[in-house]
Design a protein around this ligand. Structure first.
Ligand code: KG4
Ligand code: ZN
Length: 338
């Protein structure tokens, strides 16, 4: 079964053709990063307009690179939630129109489920159940993937996402958007123990996370140093911040896997590209005997191949939408409403 997948939840306009949820025949991404850099973050109105300009060409390119036409496509998958509402609506309306015009089923696909499904492409033998740490710009979840379309949130951030925390710290340090990836790059040779930051404590749910206090502590360190005319070391501060964020993510995930009895652990989302997170997870999983799955770097950020992978399993479970499909800025991963 060949699915044409479309993704437009944030600042990448993407389309892909994916066969049986695992084999990527094409994967096209038009990034808007250059247009948002001067603003230090994504401007939603600009993102929507750029999606509208790019989407026809990106979809055509995905079909061409896969060597197929619409006649060869069995269904359309589209990201309908969560994300920037104006941006999502461009992809959803384009997919609805195409579905109606060519009479192919339309599969609404949840963005975080798709991030998890990026692992099915990189690791063709991976099957649920497994535990997944989903870390993106807007979300930080520890999710039990009980089946391809059956999820349970075991822990989540109470405030900022890990990606948001690193993006804001990066911006305070004068690094360009997208901050997380630049913070990772400039911190490579920094000393992760040079600055001490409090490890966030969350009352109540054992596996919940919190990053806003850490973000404020790091930003205050930068501002206090500036007021006193003291130098700060960007690599050291960046490495210390990344160390703190990744320690929380890794320890909560490992403890959750132990308590819930999962032997397989996966990473997903843009922050899963972080070099320290990947190294720490690799080390601890080897030491404790967990099998670790990580998307290849090109599939960590937003792309449509992962949408095509998840859409296949949504289709198998009967998740098909009609022309009434809407886009939603927020939508829990375990509660799908179309
Ligand atoms: O999943 P994603 O591409 O978009 C959302 O769905 O949010 O994640 C984007 C986030 C941004 O916060 C970005 O800074 C972060 O992923 N990110 C990283 C790295 N690469 C991307 N954070 C830390 N280290 C990286 N190498
Ligand atoms: Zn994403």
């Amino acid at each position: 079964m060949k699915i044409l997948a479309i993704e437009s939840s944030c600042d990448e306009t993407a389309a892909a053709v994916v066969e049986n949820g695992r084999k990527v025949l094409s994967n096209v991404i038009a990034s808007q990063v250059e247009s948002h850099i001067i603003y230090g973050g994504v401007v939603p109105e600009i993102a929507s307009r750029m999606h509208a300009e790019a989407i026809s060409g990106v979809v055509k390119e995905a079909l061409d690179r896969a060597g197929v036409t619409l006649d060869d496509i069995d269904a359309l998958g589209v990201t309908y939630a969560p994300g920037l509402i104006g941006a999502l609506l461009v992809g959803v309306n384009f997919a609805k129109g195409l579905s109606y015009a060519c009479g192919k089923p339309l599969i609404p696909t949840h963005h975080l489920r798709s991030h998890i499904a990026a692992n099915y492409i990189t690791s063709p033998d991976l099957e649920p159940p497994f535990l997944c740490l989903v870390v993106s710009g807007g979300h930080s979840h520890i999710v039990a993937v009980k089946d391809y379309t059956d999820f349970k949130i075991i822990g989540k951030t109470r405030d900022d996402a890990a990606g948001e925390c690193m993006d804001k710290v990066a911006r305070t340090l004068g690094l360009d958007y997208p901050g997380g990836v630049n913070l990772d790059r400039v911190s490579k040779n920094g000393d992760p123990l040079s600055y001490k930051f409090p490890r966030p404590r969350v009352e109540g749910s054992k596996y919940d996370l919190s990053f806003s206090g850490l973000k404020t502590a790091v930003i205050n360190t930068v501002h206090n140093a500036a007021q006193k005319g003291e130098e700060i070391s960007v690599p050291n501060l960046g490495a210390s911040c990344i160390n703190c964020v990744t320690e929380c993510l890794v320890s909560n995930t490992i403890e959750a896997a132990e308590e819930y009895g999962y032997k397989k652990i996966a990473l997903a989302g843009g922050v899963s590209a972080n070099s320290v997170l990947r190294r720490k997870m690799t080390e601890i999983c080897a030491e404790k005997g967990f099998e670790l799955f990580m998307p290849e770097l090109s599939l960590c950020g937003d792309n449509a191949a992962m949408v095509g992978a998840q859409a296949y399993y949504e289709y198998l479970s009967g998740n098909i939408a009609g022309p009434e499909l809407n886009a939603y800025a927020t939508m829990p991963i375990d509660n799908i409403i179309t």
